[in-house]
Write a protein that binds this ligand. Sequence first.
Ligand code: FAD
Length: 402
Amino acid sequence: MPGVSEISTDIAIIGAGPAGLMAAERLSGRGFKVTVFDAMATPGRKFLMAGRGGLNLTHSEPLPKFIARYGGRSAQVASWLERFSPEDLRKWADGLGAETFVGSSGRVFPKAMKASGLLRNWLRRLDERGVVFHLRQRWTGFDGERLQFDGEIRSVAARATVLALGGASWPKLGSDAAWVPILEARGVDIRPFQPANSGFEITWSAHFRDRAAGQPLKNIALSLGGDPVPGEMVVTRHGIEGGAVYAISAALRDRLPAVLTLDLKPQMDVAALAARLAARRKGRSLSAWLTGELNLSPLAYSLLRETTDVVPDEAGALARLIKAVPLPVQRTRPIAEAISSAGGIGFDAVNGDLMLRAVPGIFVAGEMLDWEAPTGGYLLQGCLSAAVVAADGVLKRLGSEA
Ligand SMILES: Cc1cc2nc3c(=O)[nH]c(=O)nc-3n(C[C@H](O)[C@H](O)[C@H](O)COP(=O)(O)OP(=O)(O)OC[C@H]3O[C@@H](n4cnc5c(N)ncnc54)[C@H](O)[C@@H]3O)c2cc1C
């Protein structure tokens, strides 16, 4: 007779983040016993954190543009989005009482902006459908065909399993990537995790750092030789972060150390800017002119002074500097601070249903797979769509209609 620490279920889902919960929802109510396990004391810790600054669920832009956000993984993610599209995600959220709206940037948010109400209703729905949760149960590997845990539950027999263990950012919220050696030992190819949508380190002078840290530069553009990325950049004690920084972070990360080019006046070209600067009245201080007439923020002026020995007085040279402030970036901030991670289970290691080729019956979903995307709702969309694909793969394997 199995003891209390040994249980069996039809479908084990390990990881109660958005990917695991979506897999549980898709698999519940199909006549299978669905059991969710998580190492943390409560489900959806990172999802709740994502809601702190406004839960950006997905984006409203046309699908081809949306798909291109996944870079080298666009083709794979496109096949997930066919199964659960941004429109499907909005309907799903509406159905959970989290009616969505499109913000001015095209990003989609629940009207309440937070994740807590949506998560509460989601968990209630799963409970009503008979999904059982076992929290504070850390998955530690395999014991033959069984899943091993280190909590009160020691061993689980399941007909199919969905792993939705997350990536490697914000490990204190549960996604600590401790599962990597377990799957590597089974021959699963896993690319090293790296920070994505992260801040970067620049060595500021103590004077600038103390005055500027925490302040945003709005309506700027960043470039690395290619198309400029418009948005906002925040100066931090260690360097920079913010929307435009995150958007360029994948390209920047792969070229470090690198000099990033900051355009403080993306709305004007060099010639127009030089003409405005040439009209400066004699006797008017440069800082007063730049902030008063050109509407540059005091922070932008401080940054000019920080990054160059002498701010040029000549209009043409000054215009070129304002349009291309060099930012010498040394390294990324630690992955523990990043919004998401790149790396994870390689796509060659899974089939089209997201089942591990090396471990049949084990499906994977969410950020633990090797894809990345900028902020803008693409992360949650990717996680939820992948979960739908994995859950349908489980149904197929268990011989039920998806
Ligand atoms: C500050 C912040 C803001 C964000 N804002 C947004 C946003 O607005 N829009 C957006 O699209 N995305 C956002 N994201 C990213 C988004 O939250 C993640 O991409 C998403 O949560 C990943 O979902 P997941 O289910 O794959 O993994 P997670 O949400 O990381 O869930 C993984 C779960 O697995 C559990 N687990 C891990 N290992 C084990 C184990 N061995 N045994 C048992 N359980 C285990 C963890 O405890 C965790 O609960 C944000 C992230 C952060 C940090």
